[in-house]
Structure formats: structure tokens, C-alpha cells
Design a protein around this ligand. Structure first.
Ligand SMILES: [Zn+2]
Length: 478
């Protein structure tokens, strides 16, 4: 069965072992332009085998199917997927606590993996034990192949030089793109833990044309460059910037800020440890959405991930066009394929939209719009940090960083929301009050809630190279 699973992957990915794009437009023309009817058949074939495969090899998913009274034969097509119960993150955390450090949501047991494994990625684990994900050598081929499709579609091409700013920790977001770019035949500099100043200088001196990092870090790097007397827009050759790890790539004002700082186009790379990449932002749509100052539409990767949008409360599947939470079924990995995992980003699935890049895959309209579990409940109202980010970063007087603090007002006993922002050094302190008032008004319109705005000196908020943590919740947890 394992052999069959690998064979079906290989059969439908003609350029899987080719280490160059098939032509000037596509990394794998066959897969990227396959008619939708054929794609549907392939998805169903993979799904049927996946059901048997998980039943046979994955302790976690077998339990899930058994509890729901399902047998692998019950999963015949895409419509049957909805019968499968959803897996949430907490189940993986439980599984890890019961059988550390790998848990039991794999399909290749750790002992076997040690003989044919390639890499191990894990989540950052700031709130819980890091979730570990094993990958086999076949997985490594598949992942780098899908990432190559992704980055080639986004505009990385031979002749480029990529500077990858991610620290090379065991995170999917750092290494999978690294290998994907390698497969396109484009060299890259992985700067890892190098000091910021060195990175900024390298970008200029070596003439890097493509950057890759978190939106916040790429913005920070522009500030660092300027301090060194390097104008990122004029003195570097950067033309394309891939961002990952934060929703910024789909937030118009953050995106514009990065594009103006570097005079380059921003391409969002959406993904999670559980499913990466979630989709593909093609160069054509990156360009159009940037010009029109709107969130980009991101192609699904339908032959590798089955994506569904479900209702936030009932978790029932939604018709296309309605905003819901993203559920992923990973139909391409060997060691950690998943069936109906709640990734939890807000998405709108759009099957109608035709892209001028010629790719047949449907899109997530407006991209991946941030995780539901990032939501803060303040005085009973849901507040999304991404909405605050969009407002703060549209202010030219303000620096890139901001902090959201939720506390309880000791007098009233009510939740208090404070947004700390850093005016640029050239903005005189006499103007702070006016800025605070104006921003508070705009925030109230954007989030529907009164927030205190506090200007603090430029450079107070610490920078991070990986996913920024901007929310400080000082309320006692019940
Ligand atoms: Zn496209």
C-alpha cells in the first residue's frame, strides 16, 4: 500500500524528479494547466487511496475513522470527505503529551522514519509542546517540487539571486522554500543567524534580486539598510519579495509599505506546518492585486491539498463564495498526510475566477486572511490583529512596529484595548496627541471598538526575525 501511495504521487507529477522548470511559464506545465475535470478525478483517486493508507498506517486517523463508524471503503469521492470528522490542533497536542516527542498522527512510525527519513520540521511551540512532523525522502521530493511550482509561478527565474532571511531553524517555512528555489536552478544565500547589518550589506554587494522573509522582518531590514546609508529602493537590485509567516502579504497597507521601501513586488507565500504551501500566488495576480491595492487571489494546489471552507460555528462545509475557516486534507505526503485538519485561516473559495496566468486551479479570493485563533475577545467583541495592522501601517508617520495590549481597567473592571505605535523619529512629539486621536478614530471604524492609542519612542518594540508576536494579553485566564 505504501508503494501504491508513492506510485500514484509519481504518476501524476511528471516533473517530480526533473530539477528544472518544464518551460518558461510553468515549472510543471502538465500539472499547472490540467483541465479541472481531470484534476477532480486525480483528487478522488488520491483521496480513496489516502483513506486506506491512513487506516493502515496512522494510529490517530484510524481512531478518527473508527469513532465515526467509517471504513476506508466509505470514502469514494470528494463528497464523502464531509463525513470524516475534523481534527483540531488540540488533538495533536494531546497525542504528543501521550506519546512524546512524535505523537501518533504520522503514517510512518518513528523507528522506520529513522531509516528512510529526510527532515523533521516542528511548530514554534510557544504555547505548547512543539508539534513534530516527520518527512521521508519521497516527501522531500514532493515538498521541494510543490514549492518549486510555487516560487516559479511567483516570478523567481534563472538569473535571479535569492537572499533567504529566515533563521534556518527546523521550520517548514524556512527549508521547504529553500529546496524549492534550489530546484528552479536559482542560487540563494541563506543568511541564517547573521546580524541584520550584514544581511543589508550583502543584499547590496551581491546584487540580490529576490528576498524571502516575514513581512515585519523585511520592513525592519529596510530600516537597517537606511541606517547604513543604503537606500533599499535605489541602491539594491531587489525586484521581488516573498513573504511568509504572518498575514502581512495579504494585508494591503503592509504590502504597499514593503513595496515602496524596496521598490519591488511582494508575493505572499501562504502555508502552515501542517500544509505548506497552501497555495500559489502567481506573478500576474501579484502584480494586478498590488496595482489595484487589494488582497491577492491565491491559487489552490488542488492535486496536493484538498481545501474546504467550513462555517465558523457549525464547522459544516460552506458553498463557494462564503467566508469560512480553512480545512486541509493533505493528499501528497507519505509520513504526515492529513485528513480534514482545521488549519483555521479565514478563506473564501472561488471556483469561477479565471486567471490570466493560464493556471487552472481555483483561488482563495483575497488569500488567507489570518487565523481565527488570533482573534481577541475584547468586551465581548471579536478583534482581529490583522485589521489593526492594516490601519496602523497605512500611516506614513508611523514606524513598522506596533503592539496590542489587552488589560482590565482596575476602576471599571472592563477590558481595555491599547495599541502602542512608534512615530518615526522625524515626527515631533507635539504631533503625537493629534496622531493618537486620529488613529483611535480610524481604529474604531475598522474594528468597531474603542481603543486607546499610545505613541511610544521609535525603536522601543523589540524586532523578531520569525513570526512577530504583537499581542500582549494581561487579563487573567479563567
Ligand atoms: Zn494565476
Amino acid at each position: 500500500l505504501r508503494e501504491l501511495w508513492r506510485q500514484v504521487q509519481d504518476k501524476y507529477a511528471p516533473n517530480l524528479y526533473g530539477w528544472r522548470p518544464t518551460d518558461e511559464r510553468y515549472y510543471d506545465r502538465v500539472v499547472e494547466t490540467r483541465p479541472r475535470e481531470e484534476v477532480r478525478k486525480i483528487r478522488e483517486e488520491k483521496l480513496r487511496i489516502l483513506a486506506k493508507y491512513l487506516w493502515e498506517y496512522s494510529p490517530h486517523f484510524r481512531r478518527k475513522l473508527e469513532k465515526a463508524g467509517l471504513r476506508p471503503e466509505d470514502i469514494k469521492g470528494l463528497e464523502d470527505l464531509r463525513k470524516v470528522p475534523i481534527t483540531v490542533k488540540e488533538e495533536f497536542v494531546d497525542s504528543l503529551n501521550k506519546s512524546p516527542p512524535y505523537g501518533d498522527y504520522w503514517s510512518v512510525p518513528p523507528e522506520e522514519w529513522k531509516k528512510e527519513g529526510s527532515v523533521l520540521y516542528m511548530t514554534s511551540g510557544t504555547t505548547a509542546r512543539p508539534r513534530a512532523f516527520m518527512y521521508t525522502v519521497h516527501d522531500w521530493h514532493m515538498l521541494s517540487y510543490v514549492c518549486a511550482i510555487d516560487f516559479y509561478a511567483g516570478g523567481v527565474k534563472p538569473g535571479n539571486l535569492v537572499l533567504n532571511t529566515f533563521p534556518m531553524v527546523p521550520a517548514a517555512g524556512a527549508w521547504s522554500p529553500f529546496y524549492g528555489i534550489l530546484r528552479i536552478g536559482v542560487p540563494q544565500i541563506a543568511t541564517g543567524g547573521m546580524p541584520d547589518e550584514r544581511k543589508a550589506t550583502l543584499i547590496r554587494d551581491f546584487g540580490a534580486t529576490v528576498l524571502f522573509g516575514t513581512p515585519s522582518y523585511i520592513l525592519h531590514l529596510a530600516d537597517v539598510a537606511r541606517k547604513l546609508g543604503i537606500d533599499p529602493a535605489k541602491d539594491t537590485k531587489v525586484e521581488l519579495i516573498f513573504v511568509a509567516g504572518e498575514p502581512g502579504g495579504a494585508i494591503p497597507s503592509t504590502r504597499r509599505r514593503i513595496e515602496e521601501a524596496w521598490d519591488a513586488l511582494v508575493v505572499d507565500y501562504p502555508g502552515s506546518t501542517e500544509a505548506h504551501p497552501n497555495g500559489i500566488l502567481c506573478y500576474e495576480e501579484a502584480l494586478d492585486s498590488s496595482e489595484q491595492h487589494r488582497p491577492p487571489n491565491i491559487h489552490e494546489a488542488p492535486e496536493f491539498i484538498i481545501s474546504e471552507a467550513v462555517d465558523e460555528k457549525t464547522l459544516e462545509p460552506l458553498p463557494p463564495g462564503e467566508k469560512g475557516l480553512l480545512i486541509v486534507t493533505n493528499i501528497f505526503l507519505e509520513a504526515v498526510p492529513l485528513m480534514r485538519y482545521l488549519q483555521g485561516d479565514y478563506v473564501v473559495m472561488d471556483e469561477e475566477w479565471q486567471c490570466r496566468c493560464g493556471r487552472t486551479a481555483p483561488v482563495f479570493r483575497g488569500g488567507l486572511m489570518g487565523r481565527a485563533d488570533d482573534m481577541l475577545k475584547v468586551r465581548g467583541v471579536g478583534v482581529y490583529p490583522a485589521a489593526i495592522e492594516d490601519v496602523v501601517r497605512s500611516y506614513r508617520e508611523l514606524g513598522n512596529e506596533f503592539r496590542i495590549i489587552v488589560d482590565i481597567n482596575p476602576q471599571t473592571g472592563m477590558d481595555e484595548l491599547t495599541v502602542e505605535v512608534e512615530p518615526l523619529p522625524e515626527v515631533p512629539t507635539e504631533r503625537w496627541k493629534e496622531l493618537e486621536e486620529r488613529l483611535a478614530k480610524d481604529l474604531r471604524i475598522a474594528i468597531g471598538l474603542r481603543a486607546n492609542v499610545k505613541c511610544i519612542p521609535f525603536g522601543t518594540i523589540p524586532k523578531t526575525i520569525t513570526k512577530a508576536r504583537r499581542v500582549v494579553d494581561r487579563r487573567k485566564k479563567p
